[in-house]
Design a protein around this ligand. Sequence first.
Ligand SMILES: CC(C)(COP(=O)(O)OP(=O)(O)OC[C@H]1O[C@@H](n2cnc3c(N)ncnc32)[C@H](O)[C@@H]1OP(=O)(O)O)[C@@H](O)C(=O)NCCC(=O)NCCS
Length: 171
Amino acid sequence: MTGDENGGLRLAGTIAPLTSDSSYVRRARERDVDAILRVIGTYVEQHVLLPRTREEILEHIDTWWVSDLNGEVVGCAALRDFGGGLGELRSLSVVAEAHGRGLGESLVHAVVRDARRTGMTRLFAITANPGYFARHGFTELPMEGVPEVLHVDRVPWPRRSGAGHAMELAL
Ligand SMILES: CC(C)(COP(=O)(O)OP(=O)(O)OC[C@H]1O[C@@H](n2cnc3c(N)ncnc32)[C@H](O)[C@@H]1OP(=O)(O)O)[C@@H](O)C(=O)NCCC(=O)NCCS
């Protein structure tokens, strides 16, 4: 895990890829909002991710994490806290040209760590890609099993490919 909070140092045992590329995950800042909108934009158009407005992102910017690859934001994810120990991992996305480098995994780890740090006990993801979350220990549950509170601010899907899967990670 590399991270801003580790001063960019890689922990022992983490093999840095043999390229000049440097990537790390850090908390998002207000100046990242355009990059976040760009990263999720492609997948919103494909109805894979829910749209997020600039205002919504800025209002909760402290809940967003971004992947920085050579100084460019190429991935993001957000942690929504619903209280009562319940959280949701939202908007997990990495630009296509940066796929397969472990950036998605680093974002999931950052959000899970943050959820644990804030005392959450159940972390959910509503996704078109259950397989990816299953790789990271999430298990699928029926949508009816998702606590009602998680639907309070959910934007209804106009159209969506691959129907929503509810995934949960016990923290
Ligand atoms: C899901 C996503 C964030 C993964 O990003 P990434 O940085 O490429 O992921 P990683 O490098 O950590 O992992 C890549 C591995 O995950 C696998 N993977 C990717 N999507 C997968 C899926 N839907 N199901 C199962 N495995 C998947 C890849 O095949 C690859 O496997 P390998 O390591 O054995 O080659 C990226 O594919 C993406 O942005 N997808 C579109 C948005 C999306 O679906 N977000 C999820 C929430 S809805």
